[in-house]
Design a binder for this molecule. Structure first.
Ligand code: NAD
Ligand code: UD1
Length: 335
């Protein structure tokens, strides 16, 4: 029988791409989402892209009864847990909302899972748990020093899931630390759709390309990097989604907790990313050199070798593909 996989936050940017890759791999994904940061219109598009009905339960993961009903009604085999709040700046001004949604949501989810006997979970963690990493590339055993409320919720959830797995060896947990997800599905039908003005580089570049924003402010040109601008490990969202499929397969073989960085092990500077986006959209991107942004680091690049060894997975799509796919999505959105 086809395994049913519940994707919390499955209508969101990363979750929607995971739904597609799960379906392509022969799983039957279903979604719980409250659409607080996504649109219900994503769901029929997922059904069209996958060629299968993608059931979606509208609701909040803090609603334990809703989760219990969903897990039992659909006989869910495992959960990919993407639902949560993710804006670093907002987490500083609304800390309780972040603790409540991210940690409270995970507790409610884990309780409902335990009650239903569903004890396999893949969690969307973040490279932000490393904070100001001492050296690059960053391996999984680097010190964990998140600098924001958002980052601390991610680390606390990792700890919560570790404690759960220690208490009951039936749990199988993958903690996946994403570096900088970018790009969109090649169909151009789903992608990142920030409701507010974006703060991240790639969606800003897409909006400058589309004429919705006048320019990109480059935050710092005096970083200790080859061209003076910040270096990040951008990873195509479809590669990221594929890693979740590999992680689920891994958890069938491995009990306990598996913690992995998901990146390409290759960094690009802001200026390199702008140049790649200009190639993708065939337009000049107006940029303005600006002071450093508070909280930024010079370089943040994954050592992704553990994911290669453990999952047999590597990111295959490069920066040009990320920009081309992000641009195609931007054009479709505007159409
Ligand atoms: P997103 O906001 O696009 O997706 C999250 C989805 O969860 C949305 O559809 C939202 O409506 C839903 N949601 C939020 N709170 C909910 C709740 N309480 N109950 C039910 N649904 C809820 O974000 P994303 O970029 O797809 O991120 C997915 C996950 O990956 C998040 O946990 C995020 O912290 C993590 N992550 C994202 C990035 C990134 O750059 N996008 C990087 C590292 C980690
Ligand atoms: C941010 C989050 C991090 C999250 C990650 C992936 C912060 C402090 N960190 O990381 O928690 O996991 O996104 O979503 O928000 N840049 C500009 N101009 C801009 C925007 C960005 O020059 O207008 C630069 C930044 O200085 C950085 C690079 O582009 O060097 C990438 O920035 P961004 O996309 O915001 O991601 P991070 O800051 O790496």
């Amino acid at each position: 029988m086809t395994d049913k996989i519940l994707v919390t936050g499955g209508a969101g940017y990363i979750g929607s791409h995971i739904v597609i890759e799960l379906s392509a791999a022969g799983y039957a994904p279903l979604i719980v989402d409250d659409f607080s940061n996504s649109s219900p219109s994503v769901v029929p598009r997922l059904s069209e892209i996958t060629g299968h009905d993608v059931p979606c339960v509208t609701g909040d993961i803090r609603d334990r009864r809703l989760l219990a009903g969903t897990l039992s009604e659909h006989a869910v085999a495992a959960v990919v847990h993407c639902a949560g709040l993710k804006a670093v700046g907002e987490s500083e001004s609304r800390p309780l909302a972040y603790y409540d949604s991210n940690i409270g949501g995970t507790i409610a989810l884990a309780e409902a899972m335990a009650d239903a006997g569903v004890k396999t979970i893949v969690f969307s963690s973040s490279a932000t748990v490393y904070g100001q990493a001492g050296s690059n590339p960053i391996a999984e055993d680097a010190p964990l020093m998140p600098e924001s409320v958002y980052g601390r919720t991610k680390l606390m959830i990792e700890q919560l899931l570790r404690d759960l797995a220690r208490s009951d060896p039936a749990w199988r947990v993958a903690l996946l630390r994403y570096f900088n997800p970018a790009g969109a599905h090649a169909s151009g039908r789903i992608g990142e759709a920030p409701s507010a003005t974006p703060n991240n580089l790639m969606p800003i570049l897409a909006q400058v390309g589309a004429g919705k924003l006048p320019e990109i402010a480059v935050f710092g040109s005096d970083w200790p990097t080859p061209d003076g601008t910040g270096v990040r490990d951008y990873i195509h969202v479809v590669d990221l989604a594929e890693a979740h499929v590999a992680a689920l397969a891994h958890l069938q073989r491995a009990a306990g907790v598996t913690t992995l960085n998901l990146g390409t092990s290759r960094g690009y500077s802001v200026l390199e990313a702008i140049a790649a986006f200009e190639r993708a959209c065939s337009k000049p991107i107006t940029r303005r050199m600006a002071p450093r942004r508070a909280g930024d680091v010079a370089i943040c690049v994954a050592d992704a070798s553990a994911a290669r060894v453990t999952l047999g997975w590597v990111a295959r799509r490069g920066l040009d593909a990320m920009c081309a796919d992000a641009w195609r999505w931007q054009l479709h959105r505007d159409a």
